[in-house]
Design a protein around this ligand. Structure first.
Ligand SMILES: [Fe+2]
Length: 200
């Protein structure tokens, strides 16, 4: 993915993200940087990983996600919109990449990852390092100081306390075992988890 293509892609998707969930555009920018960092230390095809990172959450802009926002952390993944955002995201990504005349085989691979990007156990079974890096970078953005800020932006400052926050903290502690496979991501997840006080 060259710089000119990256610029064109950003021009197309930034306004769409602004219609989606609160804070999603900033999440995308952080996640792309996390992918670039992982790619410096791990294998993976940057022409798959980076466009997938940019495009993966576009589905939220096309659906009603009030059920996702209302659900408590442990059951968010059971909400209808959680599945819809992956399906719709793959469709929208396909249209955008086709418009930009991206390689059609790569488009298919990117769509395949977007369709399951929030199901780490399914992605890891694909045995595809590019798909693995996408999941790791996406999940890494739930940690650290920026992970806390993102949580506040998405669900409200009042959710950073009580049982809602305790559930979310436990999910992140469990996630340290379940969401990361490469050494680079495992090390960074531990560091960011400490930074956000997950072990306090
Ligand atoms: Fe994401």
């Amino acid at each position: 993915m060259d710089t000119i293509f990256e610029k064109k892609l950003i021009e197309k998707i930034k306004p769409i993200y602004k219609m989606g969930r609160a804070g999603d555009w900033d999440h995308i920018l952080r996640m792309v940087n996390l992918c670039k960092y992982l790619l410096e230390h791990e294998n993976g095809d940057k022409d798959i990983v980076l466009p997938t990172a940019y495009l993966h959450d576009l589905g939220w802009s096309a659906i009603d996600f009030s059920d996702f926002n209302k659900a408590s952390p442990n059951v968010k993944a059971d909400s209808v919109s959680f599945t819809q955002h992956m399906e719709q995201g793959a469709v929208i990504a396909g249209k955008i990449l086709t418009d930009l005349e991206y390689d059609s085989q790569k488009i298919t691979q990117i769509q395949r990852i977007i369709k399951v990007h929030d199901l780490p156990e399914i992605v890891f079974k694909m045995n595809n390092i590019s798909a693995t890096l996408v999941v790791e970078a996406d999940r890494l953005d739930r940690y650290g100081h920026t992970g806390l800020e993102r949580f506040k932006t998405m669900f409200g400052a009042d959710k950073l306390q009580g049982s809602y926050w305790e559930e979310a903290r436990q999910l992140r502690r469990d996630g340290l075992k379940d969401w990361f496979r490469t050494q680079t991501a495992i090390q960074l997840s531990q560091k960011l988890a400490g930074e956000m006080g997950l072990f306090d």
